[in-house]
Design a protein around this ligand. Sequence first.
Ligand code: AMP
Length: 210
Amino acid sequence: MKLILLGPPGAGKGTQAARIAERLSVPVVSTGEILRAAIKDETELGALAKGYLDAGELVPDDIIIGIMRGRLQQKDCEGGFILDGVPRTLEQAAALEQMGVDIDRVIDLEVDDAEIVSRLSGRRVCPSCKAIYHIESEPPAVADICDVCGAALEIREDDKPETILERLRVYHDQTEPLRSYYKKAGKLRSIDGTGDINDVTRLALAALEG
Ligand code: AMP
């Protein structure tokens, strides 16, 4: 199964991708994670990408397309994969097609802007095992400590209030057109992303059938 998770920043793509991946036994390909790892490791790619991430802007298409091409050629992607946060522009979607990648389904997580702002401003992430929390709706047992691995939780640089609004603007402007692109192709399944995490997973798995 070759799957894309679409939706605004903070819609729950990362959380749902991990759950669906476990169920389907396929890897998650997250360009955001690849870029954050490159920044942390201070690689050339990281140096190039950092300014864009910190500002909430998209990294240029040629860079993302190169990352995507390299990652999808790896052996673990042979039996399918879940794309989380990519494609994010029509150019990236066209590049996927040119690579001969035939996407089976696009799950579109619908969450409105007010809910996104509330979610992202309360989001805390574990820099070590990547677990995701929310200070109100999904708090860790001990404040600011990861339940899974004990690391100190962090606020993502791009979850700062001023950057959240810019990321939403960029989503509506550049990524939302992908909904009609994949709808026309008959691949889009929009689901309500605002319910309980388990309900959203159930809806997403149901959307993979039929
Ligand atoms: P994410 O973790 O998916 O929210 O991505 C975090 C940031 O990484 C985005 O705000 C962009 O700056 C960058 N990024 C991730 N994926 C892409 C992509 N497909 N195209 C352009 N920029 C991306």
